[in-house]
Each structure stands twice: as structure tokens, then as C-alpha cells.
Ligand binder design. Structure first.
Ligand code: DGJ
Length: 742
């Protein structure tokens, strides 16, 4: 890893053998971007990759110059990265490089989540300072190069070093110029209960964007997009990921210009955004992570899994195997009492569950979703011994105890609202739009954050609570804070995000051993920003095994498997009404932070035995499944979408679990071999199948032995089944294959 600077002091080459990024001070003083992608040899000048020389746009307006910080009004007519309205109302800037420094490691971003290093030797950060002389606006462009992954992190610090106030109107975290337009844009889009379905389309002239103006990242789009070559697949070809470490309004956008170049940008959504900077003021953008792969999408995901799993997620739970939990939501909804919960806990314990999570409905007088959000004290009618009494009773049974909260919200029917009606988001004198009967608290106000920290810390101190599910069930409307002056309302949505991070930081710092799981009506805020505090997230409210194949497949492009809460639920499934075999539900949820979302007291004896076996099986393999290298093998969105397959393999390549799934049964089996990846071609692998077909080949005492070379080049026999036991009949079937190197 190195940040090289050429002899003339005009060109920087950030290189780590996995990717190269080349920056150059252009002749007009602007910061040019010559290259971001494949690793290039050190010691050469790459000046010719840019427009050379570039004295400015005089008589060549519109020329596609590769820039790091494009601004409007000076001849670059593509999307800007930075728009600042100056005191005279103009937005014309001339940001020239005035200095640079190279820092070992990676500085923190004030108030914002970001990737980090544990040792300064893991990264180097190049900070290039640009200045617009007439206004005094200065920008530090910070680029961190990681030693061990093909990724850089970028953020801007914008300073008003002038004498008059300015307003930042657009501040994208990263803008990437690519020299051609032969790219497809892949977004991860959907809605509630079908989040993060990959959607790909070729770039054409003009812009294509996804984003959110919901005050949160949302179910609809994710702050993560991929640019890939048309021919790129899981194992071959070039791809570039842009990911934003942020949980609020965002924009990710790609533009092809008339010259056939591409500009991509990602950052806070500029719509409605305006940040006032008085003289001396600074604004720091969230961090964008840009990852590159020359070996397909599988490698690109691996880069993000490593970086986000190991250097974005924090705290003791980052590397710890995650507990197998049972959540009571779909078991009882709001209708429970202590006796019922202890019955569930006892039944869970007998199955091998490790953590009981009490979901919504334990506080205030909340028997449905019309009241009590904000009143984070126990409902003694349901739980006469309080949370403490319940948690201790659960612990006495041998389980840990976890609790649901939704701190950012309030119902009008609550004590909190009656005491502080002015704490909610809304425009005075205007109707406020409720959603799920609730309003949002104004987390841009420190007194609101202080209050929430106080009541939640008291709650967490009051009982042995090992896990917290932090929910968020509506999006922001009437964005406005009574605490901000009229001219500063454009800051509100971002200030909300900062308040949210502040609250998360205070609580996770104070309770480092508590495992936090984020949630937003399922996966409505499944983003890198929250991953920095909560190392796992509830992936989707949709627990149907078939839908989950698609949701977990899509989520795996940008997020580690350990971050995806995945539960087995009852059938008919509560979201789609589908009936799938228990084994299939398990086989899908195993590829995640595993748990159950059902009433264990209502299982039949056979089901109980099956669940017990699932838990025992998962427990022995959970480190592999949660932290192994995840490889996508068969795409549930491809062709007729009837099959899916993926695998997790241990770093040493000696142990792997392959998951294979078929949605609708087919009458005449096609010959089918599933080609695996990542194995040792010279090794033999003993293969057993799950669920175990007693006595048949492929059961544990009688594994099938095949060579790594054959498994990768010819494939694992799925059908006809020989040498394995026949596949089960019916729809929605699954089979897991466990491989151990001999
Ligand atoms: C939405 C979550 O996604 C569910 O899992 C559950 O916690 C409900 N909210 C509770 O209101």
C-alpha cells in the first residue's frame, strides 16, 4: 500500500496491488481524476489519461475532464459534486489545489459513522485541500486507501474560510469519472417485504438515479449501487461499487455525457438540502466507499463483506458468533403476558434457542399500534414483575433476554406526547401526517436525544438485557424543526441523522456488550450507516422462504451475511400465505444471523424434533455460515427464477456448506450439476447432505467423496440424484451439502 507522489508534486498514485486511484493537479489548479479501478504499475506518469494539458474550459466548454470535485458554472456541464451558494447569490466556484497531506490510518468523521482502522498501518489517507480564492471556501478531499481490500473511502470537509456566510446546496460524498460508457447500473430496489432486489440496466445518455427523500434510506432503494461491464458476472469482469455510509436522504446517480464518458456520484440527496456555513464553519459529508473488482461481482461483494464486517461494524459483537434467537412478534403480536412469554421461553430453551426477544407491546398501554410509543416503561398489566422480573425468569431458564424498542417515535396517545407535544417533527399550524398512528420525534434537538438516552439507559440498566431490536416504522413527513431558524430548515434531515447517530453512539458506548439489531419495518434502513452501530439488521419483515431467497441474495451484494437477521417463521407465512417445508425455511435462514419468529409451544412433536435438529446443526456451523466467504452460485432472478444456490466456505477452503433451492417442482428431472467455487482443486471432499437421508449415501457416516477439481469444473450432482439420496418431492425444496476436505 502506498500513496506515491510524482517528482513534480502534481500526481498521486494510491495503490495497494488490488486497485489504483490516480489524482492529478491539472494545469488550472483543479483536482483531476485520471483513473479509479484496475491496479496500475507504480513509477509511471499517467498524465495522458486525463485531458492534457487542461488550462481550464476556455473555448472548450463541456469537455469531459476527469474531476474529483466537479462544480457548476465553469464549463463542466455534468452533475456537480459540490454546489455552494455564495453571499452574492452566485454558485460559481474555482476550487484549486492549495495543499495536501498524507496521514497514516484513517481519521474519524465528526458525528458520522465510518470505516476505521485498528492499526494505522491498515490504511493511508490522502487529504488534498482545494480553495476557491474569491470566496474563501475550502474543501478537504479525503481519500483513504485500505491496505487489505480493493476499496477506498472518500469524504469531503467543506470549510468557510472566507468572511461572508455561504450555503452548501449539494455536497456529494464521492464523484467518480470513468472514461467510457460501457457500463450497466445495478441498483438494489423494492419495497416493504421485498427489499433489495437487484435491478440492472445499461447506461444510456443522460442520468439514471436512485435515492430517498424519506428521512431514512428506505425499503425502496439502497445507498449502494454497482457499475459493471455488460459481460461481468459473478466470477469474471470489472465492477465498481459505490456505497454510502449513511442512513438518511441519499442520492446515487450515474450520467453518460455526449462524449460517452460516465460520471457517478453518491451522497446526501441535494433536494431540500441546504447547509449554512458562517465564516469559520465546517461541514463534513458522510463517507462513500468505492470498491473495485476485476474478477466479477462475487469478488466485489467479498471486498465489501470484509470491509463492512471487520472495519465498519464495531464492538465486541463484531466478530462474535451471533446468538440463535426466538422473537415473539409473529407468535403473539401484541397479545401476550408474562405467563405466555415464559411458556415460549421454556419451549424455546428446550429447542436449543439461546436468546428470547420480546418485541413490540411490552410498554405503556400498547395493545395495538395506536398508542404508547415514547412511554418506555413496562405495562404491569402484562408483565407484573416488570422487565427485570421477566428477564431474570428467562435467564433462570438458561436463555438470554432481548427487548424491542422504537425510540425515534411517539404516539399522540402517550404520556411523552402529552408532556412534550413540541418534540415531534412537523410544521406548526399545519396538519401532520401520521403513519402507523405515529409521529417522529425531532432527533435534531439535543434535549430529545438526552431524554431518550436517559430513559433507555435506565431501561437497559434495570434488567439483564443482552440484545436490543431498534425499530423504525414510518418515514419522515413535514420535515421541519421548531428548533431551527427559518433559513436553516434545509439542514433538518441531516441533523436528524446526526441526532440518530449520536443516540446510537451514546447507547452502544454505554452498553458495549449489548447486541443491537437495527430494523425499520423490516429492511427499511438496512444501510452501512447503522451497521457501524448495530452489527446486524432485520433484513425484511418477509420471512417466507421463497421471498427470502431473493431478499438475502440481493442484500448479499453489499452486506455481510452476519449482518442479515434471518428467521424461520410459521406457515402459512404471515406475509404471503405460502406454505413451505420447515426444512426449506431453515435452509434459507441458516445463511444469516439465524433465529425463529414463531410460537414454539404450537409446534407438533415432529416439528419440535426438527427445529431441535436445525438448531443443533446450525450451532456447530454458525461461524462458517455467519463469517465464511459467501459465494452466490445460482441466481433466483435469472431465467424462470425457479432455483437458487449459494455457499459459504471457510477461509482455509477445508469446510463449506452449499445451499440449493427449488421453488416449483418439475415433473421430469433435468440433469443438473452445480459448479462450486473456492475449493482446493487437488483435494478430495467428503460430502454429506442435509436434511440427512438416513442410511442413504450422503448421510454423515456415509459421505460421498468427490474431488475439488470435479466439483468446480463439472459440478456437484443435484439431479439425477445419484450418488446422493433422491431429492424430496414437492414445491419449495432445499438441500444443503456439507463439504469437508479429507
Ligand atoms: C416492524 C418490524 O419489522 C417487526 O419485526 C416488528 O418488530 C414490528 N415492527 C413491531 O411493531
Amino acid at each position: 500500500m502506498a500513496v506515491d507522489r510524482d517528482a513534480a508534486g502534481r500526481e498521486w498514485h494510491l495503490r495497494n496491488g488490488r486497485l489504483s486511484h490516480l489524482l492529478r493537479v491539472l494545469e488550472n489548479g483543479w483536482l483531476g481524476s485520471l483513473h479509479l479501478g484496475a491496479p496500475l504499475a507504480p513509477g509511471r506518469s499517467y498524465r495522458h489519461l486525463g485531458v492534457d494539458p487542461f488550462p481550464g474550459f476556455a473555448d472548450q466548454v463541456g469537455t469531459p475532464v476527469g474531476l474529483v470535485l466537479p462544480v457548476p458554472g465553469r464549463g463542466d456541464f455534468r452533475m456537480p459534486a459540490l454546489v455552494v451558494e455564495l453571499a452574492d447569490g452566485s454558485t460559481v466556484l474555482d476550487p484549486r489545489v492549495v495543499g495536501h497531506r498524507i496521514v497514516a490510518g484513517k481519521p474519524e468523521l465528526p458525528g458520522l459513522p465510518s470505516t476505521y482502522t485498528e492499526d494505522p498501518a491498515e490504511a493511508e489517507t490522502l487529504v488534498v485541500t482545494l480553495r476557491d480564492e474569491p470566496s474563501g471556501v475550502e474543501v478537504d478531499v479525503r481519500t483513504t486507501l485500505f491496505r487489505d481490500v480493493a476499496a477506498i473511502a472518500r469524504s469531503l470537509e467543506i470549510r468557510n474560510a472566507g468572511e461572508r456566510p455561504v450555503v452548501v446546496r449539494t455536497a456529494m460524498s464521492a464523484s467518480v469519472d470513468l472514461p467510457d460508457d460501457d457500463w450497466w447500473l445495478v441498483t438494489f430496489s423494492g419495497t416493504w417485504a421485498r427489499e433489495r432486489h437487484p435491478a440492472a440496466s445499461p447506461l444510456v445518455p443522460g442520468r439514471r438515479s436512485v435515492g430517498s427523500l424519506r428521512g431514512a434510506t428506505g425499503h425502496e432503494h439502497n445507498p449502494f449501487v454497482i457499475l459493471r461491464r455488460p459481460e461481468t458476472d459473478e466470477t469474471h469482469g470489472e465492477a465498481l461499487a459505490l456505497s454510502l455510509v449513511y442512513s438518511g436522504n441519499f442520492l446515487a446517480e450515474a450520467e453518460v455525457d455526449p462524449y460517452g464518458t460516465t460520471r457517478a456520484r453518491i451522497g446526501i440527496h441535494p433536494d431540500g438540502f441546504a447547509w449554512a456555513l458562517a465564516p469559520g464553519g465546517t461541514f463534513t459529508t458522510p463517507e462513500a466507499v468505492i470498491a473495485w473488482s476485476g474478477a466479477g461481482l462475487g469478488e466485489l461483494s467479498h471486498v465489501l463483506h470484509e470491509l463492512y464486517g471487520r472495519r465498519l461494524a464495531r464492538g465486541p459483537w463484531r466478530d462474535r458468533p451471533r446468538p440463535i434467537l426466538l422473537n415473539n412478534w409473529e407468535a403473539t403480536y401484541f397479545a401476550f403476558d408474562e405467563a405466555k412469554l415464559l411458556e415460549i421461553a421454556a419451549a424455546s430453551r428446550d429447542l436449543g434457542v439461546e436468546l428470547l426477544v420480546l418485541d413490540d407491546g411490552w410498554f405503556g398501554k400498547r395493545d395495538d399500534d395506536t398508542s404508547s410509543l415514547g412511554d418506555w416503561f413496562v405495562d404491569r398489566a402484562k408483565l407484573p414483575n416488570g422487565i427485570d422480573g421477566l428477564a431474570r425468569a428467562v435467564e433462570a431458564l438458561g436463555l438470554r433476554f432481548g427487548l424491542w424498542i422504537e425510540p425515534e417515535m411517539v404516539n399522540e396517545r402517550s404520556e411523552l406526547y402529552r408532556a412534550h407535544p413540541d418534540w415531534v417533527i412537523g410544521v406548526p399550524g399545519r396538519e401532520r401526517t401520521t403513519s402507523r398512528h405515529q409521529l417522529m420525534l425531532d432527533l435534531s434537538r439535543s434535549e430529545v436525544v438526552d431524554h431518550l438516552e436517559g430513559v433507555l439507559a435506565e431501561l437497559l440498566d434495570s434488567a439483564p438485557i443482552s440484545y436490543v431490536k431498534w425499530d423504525f416504522n414510518r418515514f419522515m413527513t413535514e420535515p421541519y424543526s421548531v428548533a431551527l431558524p427559518p433559513g436553516r430548515q434545509g439542514e433538518f434531515a441531516h441533523r436528524y441523522a446526526l441526532g440518530l447517530y449520536d443516540l446510537y453512539r451514546r447507547l452502544t458506548t454505554r452498553f458495549p456488550d449489548v447486541l443491537f439489531e437495527s430494523c425499520a419495518g423490516g429492511g427499511g434502513r438496512f444501510d452501512p450507516g447503522l451497521l457501524a452501530f448495530a452489527p446486524q439488521a432485520w433484513t425484511s419483515d418477509d420471512t417466507d422462504a421463497v421471498e427470502r431467497l431473493r431478499i438475502q441474495w440481493g442484500s448479499s451484494f453489499g452486506y455481510p451475511i452476519s449482518s442479515m437477521g434471518a428467521h424461520v417463521s410459521a406457515v402459512p407465512n404471515h406475509q404471503v400465505g405460502r406454505v413451505t417445508p420447515l426444512a426449506t425455511r431453515g435452509a434459507v435462514a441458516f445463511f444469516g444471523a439465524f433465529g425463529y419468529e414463531l410460537d414454539p409451544t404450537r409446534l407438533t412433536d415432529d416439528e419440535r424434533a426438527e427445529v431441535r435438529a436445525q438448531i443443533a446443526w446450525y450451532r456447530e456451523r454458525r461461524e462458517l455460515l455467519q463469517f465464511g466467504r459467501f459465494l452466490r452460485l445460482r441466481d433466483p432472478f435469472a431465467g424462470d427464477g425457479n432455483e437458487a444456490a449459494w455457499m459459504s466456505i471457510a477461509p482455509a477452503g477445508d469446510h463449506a456448506v452449499v445451499g440449493w433451492y427449488r421453488i416449483l417442482a418439475r415433473p421430469v428431472p433435468q440433469r443438473d450439476r452445480l459448479r462450486l467455487r473456492g475449493l482446493d482443486p487437488d483435494a478430495d471432499y467428503a460430502i454429506s447432505v442435509w436434511p440427512s437421508p438416513d442410511g442413504a449415501r450422503g448421510s454423515e457416516p456415509d459421505p460421498v467423496v468427490l474431488g475439488g477439481d470435479e466439483l468446480m469444473a463439472v459440478g456437484l450432482p443435484i439431479e439425477p440424484p445419484a450418488p446422493f439420496a433422491p431429492l424430496p418431492a414437492g414445491d419449495a425444496i432445499a438441500r444443503l451439502f456439507e463439504l469437508r476436505r479429507r
